[in-house]
Design a protein around this ligand. Structure first.
Ligand SMILES: Nc1nc2c(ncn2[C@@H]2O[C@H](COP(=O)(O)OP(=O)(O)OP(=O)(O)O)[C@@H](O)[C@H]2O)c(=O)[nH]1
Ligand SMILES: [Mg+2]
Length: 371
């Protein structure tokens, strides 16, 4: 038997009485115009404003509107995951209730899924996307969260978007551990998918009602990123595991470079009698070549997408990035020790860490990046 619907639109709500009616009516219009058999599933966390009566009235007026009221374990991600299990269509779309996500794009999301995507993401950070009227502090927090997410999902520009569609089979059976706000990260990290596509959109700030963001949300997010990485390492498959494997390999190669550097410095100085500062230059160059070789063959060797540049170009870029990393290490060591009053060994450790992130991210995306 055919499923009764093509698409389930999940709308999580908490105190959205001023927005929900306008949103549901807009979604109904879009579904109707596009000829999509859609169900609208509102998952509410026992709102205390007019949300519940408003949706009840719409339930009576539209046969495809359904309300689920939760009474335990409140939370945005928990509500969306509950929506996943209640959804009756093979494709699920998630959107906010406050009109930040444009309903007009719903048919494009479904079109991309029908065209072969497993996950379709509404992106604020790709060409054509954007954010309207956010204060600087909010932009900085959001960019930070997005950057952190992009370490795990480098090919996705907005892995923390709240506007996305997914095939139901991607999430059914996935060991989702919903917490916090970034349910898409959980879906990408734990669901089974291969093809992800993005659609640009401009995020409109809410006109009515109030934000439910709390400071604890940031902590929840960091815990979630750690949990997703741990899951990837323990099951050793999927996109996140591939990235974790690359980061780990890159780190091991970095350590091998230190061994090469120290060994050559010692050999050239003690055995060949070369002045130690001259030996050091040779040692640095040989360790860079050592690292390049192992990263080229091993860290990024398994995937031809990482070899879009010529070998000469890759070697040249790797040298430049390494020089940048050394400069970053040195500047942090100097600034933290001189002006921060931090013990120089600790400053250096922080410098090494930041330089490592720089080296990895730039090499991953430029030296061995897709063009
Ligand atoms: N069920 C449920 N929905 C929630 C909860 N917190 C937020 N929501 C809904 O999730 C969506 C996104 O929440 P918002 O508060 O708009 O988050 P935001 O867009 O990051 O921030 P603002 O637009 O500035 O408020 C909205 O539809 C909210 O009503 C929750 O605890 N439970
Ligand atoms: Mg919002």
């Amino acid at each position: 038997m055919d499923p009764p619907f093509d698409l389930t639109v999940i709308i999580p709500t908490f105190n959205e009485g001023e927005n929900i009616e306008a949103l549901i009516k807009a979604v109904e219009t879009v579904l109707g115009n596009a000829g999509i058999r859609g169900e609208i599933l509102v998952v509410d966390d026992s709102s205390r404003d007019g949300t519940i009566p408003a949706v009840r009235a719409l339930e009576a007026a539209f046969p495809n509107v359904r309300l689920a009221v939760r009474t335990a374990d409140p939370g945005l991600s928990q509500s969306v995951v509950e929506g996943f299990s209640l959804a009756r269509a093979p494709v699920i779309l998630v959107m906010d209730a406050d009109l930040s996500h444009p309903p007009d794009l719903i048919p494009r999301f479904l079109g991309e899924i029908r065209g072969g995507a497993d996950v379709v993401i509404g992106s604020r950070y790709m060409k054509g996307g954007g954010i309207e009227a956010w204060p600087l502090s909010r932009r900085i927090i959001s960019s930070g969260a997005t950057l952190l997410g992009r370490i795990l999902f480098p090919e996705i520009t907005d892995p923390v978007s709240g506007f996305f569609a997914v095939k139901k089979e991607v999430v059914s059976g996935a060991p989702l551990h919903p917490r916090g706000y970034k349910i898409l990260m959980e879906v990408l990290g734990k669901g089974t998918w291969r093809v992800a596509r993005e659609i640009p959109f401009v995020f409109r700030d809410r006109r009515a009602g109030s934000s439910k963001l709390r400071p604890g949300t940031i902590l929840d997010y960091i815990r979630q990123v750690i949990d997703i990485s741990r899951h990837a390492v323990s099951c050793r498959q999927g996109q996140v595991w591939e990235e974790c494997r690359k980061i780990l390999s890159f780190g091991i190669v970095g350590i091998s470079g230190i061994v090469v550097n120290m060994g050559i410095l010692w050999l050239l100085t003690s055995y060949a009698g070369i002045y130690y500062l001259v030996s050091a230059v040779i040692a640095i160059e040989l360790s860079i070549l050592n690292n390049f070789l192992w990263n080229d063959l091993w860290t990024f060797g398994s995937d031809t997408a990482h070899r879009s540049r010529s070998p000469g170009h890759r070697i040249g870029l790797f040298h430049l990035v390494s020089a940048g990393g050394a400069a970053i290490n040195w500047v942090i060591l100097f600034v933290l020790t001189q002006f921060g009053g931090i013990f120089f060994m600790v400053s250096n450790l922080i410098g090494i860490l930041v330089a490592f992130i720089w080296n990895y991210v730039v090499n991953r995306n430029v030296t061995w990046g897709r063009r």
